[in-house]
Ligand binder design. Structure first.
Ligand code: G6P
Length: 467
């Protein structure tokens, strides 16, 4: 007999990637804490994962991969352009990230967004039986909850938004604001990264629909919609195991030798790790570092910046522009302040494998997490857990506008990521903090991150949804 309470995950991305191994195309589990937290829950409860493979065209039939049912959804090349690159990533993404770039509102993108959401809802309905629990993820699929509720009776539907929900005044710009809110209110539980996101959503619902209620519970068309923050976290145990493995420790030592040795003793390593996205504040961070070197209190003899930039959404114009800008700036800083054999900035535009990434965290003295707006930012939490007692310690410089600042405000050096001079001054502080203060702050950060891992996050969301 099938277990009761099956769990269906619905997300734009599948938990697997199609990759070439030994000349053959195979499915491989995607990296990342979200997949590692949700996969075992689906395996345990029975059910499946509905998502897009990332390639345009007809999707392969459903298949099983490492004990979970995977149900790919077809997205045509035209839909990739209008639903994915267009409405999801050039309308909603900038709008929800405080309009740090101007959102584009095009009717020709809206209808493909509706169509693809319907395709996801239909594929999910085909997987769902009365009594099941469905958990829909993120801004690409905000219409799915209400569509699915029409298609299947007696299901629990949860929705979690991984990115910020914007303040009312910004959300109000969206020509389809009522449709998006009605879509989300099809869920029984709508979860956000921060209390502010939840508050913004409740306020928008009360303003642009007939929903009534407080910040945590809305009454809408005879149903109750619970609205609540669930700050996401990382797989702490996996990070600890990786960070303390011999190979990663050895690699961290090697990285320090390559990057930190200088004729005047050791240089301090400042590190940035981001998707190459304009919300991450990479260009302002680089300008602040340039300002730090210009002031002359630090030189390439005592510090070096490593910026890892993971290629992302390259078909969207703003992303291509950002890349060109960051690369020009990197060249300018190295030209002005680098020395033969000692670059000021090491720019690595690539996807690092997890072990290499963790070795960089271990090697870095200062982690720069300075997004202009970010739902949570798990790099900050990863860095904190990657640091162990036998490390040289580490300092986190964190944007006030990252969701993570709610939990990590006490131990980090908080910055306004728009303020070039302020950021340069904070970089200076981070490079000169006394060792005892570095340790004290890291202790606070580790205690804060350890309060909740990604398994706890998923468990508490599902518990709230099923109660
Ligand atoms: C953010 C979003 C995710 C998205 C990821 C990568 O974290 O919240 O929904 O999957 O970026 O972006 P991509 O466009 O490659 O899926």
């Amino acid at each position: 007999m099938a277990p009761r309470n099956r769990l269906i995950i619905v997300a734009n991305r599948l938990p697997v990637n199609r990759v070439k191994r030994k000349g053959r195309m195979v499915w491989e589990t995607s990296p990342g804490g979200l997949v590692s937290a949700l996969k075992p829950l689906v395996t345990e409860a029975g059910g499946s994962w509905v998502g897009w493979s990332g390639s345009p065209g007809k999707a392969p039939p459903a298949f099983e991969h490492e004990n979970i049912q995977v149900r790919p959804v077809s997205v045509t090349a035209e839909q990739v352009e209008k639903f994915y690159a267009g409405f999801s990533n050039a309308t909603l993404w900038p709008l929800y990230h405080d309009c740090v770039r101007t959102p584009q509102f095009h009717r020709r993108w809206w209808w493909p967004y509706v169509d693809v959401n319907r395709q996801f809802a239909e594929a999910t309905a085909a997987e769902t039986k009365p009594g099941d629990t469905v958990w829909v993820h993120d801004y690409q699929l905000q219409l799915v909850p209400a569509m699915l509720r029409e298609m299947v009776p007696d299901v629990k539907i949860g929705f979690f938004l991984h990115i910020p929900f914007p303040p009312l005044e910004l959300f109000a710009q969206l020509p389809w604001r009522r449709e998006i809110l009605a879509g989300l209110m099809g869920a029984d539980l709508v979860g956000f990264q921060t209390p502010q996101g939840a508050k913004n959503f409740a306020a928008a619902c009360k303003r642009y629909s007939d929903a009534r209620g407080g910040d945590t519970k809305l009454e809408h068309r005879g149903r109750t919609v619970v609205v609540k923050p669930f700050p996401i976290s990382i797989d702490i145990e996996h990070m600890e195991e990786t960070a303390t493995s011999e190979s990663v420790q050895a690699r961290a030592v090697e990285l320090r030798k390559d990057l930190a040795s200088s004729r005047h003793g050791e240089r301090k390593i400042l590190l940035g790790v981001d998707r190459l996205d304009y919300t991450k504040g990479i260009e302002i961070r680089l300008r602040a570092y340039e300002e730090l070197l210009r002031r002359g209190t630090h030189t390439v003899d005592d510090c070096v910046l490593v910026q890892v930039a993971v290629p992302s959404r390259e078909s969207v114009g703003e992303y291509a522009e950002l890349r060109a800008f960051v690369e020009r700036l990197t060249g300018r800083i190295n030209g002005e302040y680098g020395e033969a054999g000692r670059a000021a900035v090491h720019y690595l535009r690539r996807n690092l494998n997890f072990e290499e990434l963790v070795a960089f965290y271990r090697a870095a003295d200062v982690m720069l997490v300075t997004p202009l707006r970010d739902g949570m930012n798990l790099v900050a939490k990863e860095y904190v857990i990657a640091k162990t007692d036998d490390d040289r310690g580490g300092t986190l410089v964190l944007s006030e506008f990252a969701g993570a600042a709610n939990e990590l405000g006490a131990g980090s050096l908080l910055v306004n990521p728009h303020d070039v001079d302020g950021l340069a001054a904070t970089m200076d502080v981070s490079l000169t903090l006394p060792e005892a203060e570095v340790d004290r702050r890291m202790g606070l950060l580790q205690r804060a991150v350890r309060k909740n891992d990604v398994f706890g996050w998923a468990g508490s969301f599902l518990e709230a949804l099923r109660s």
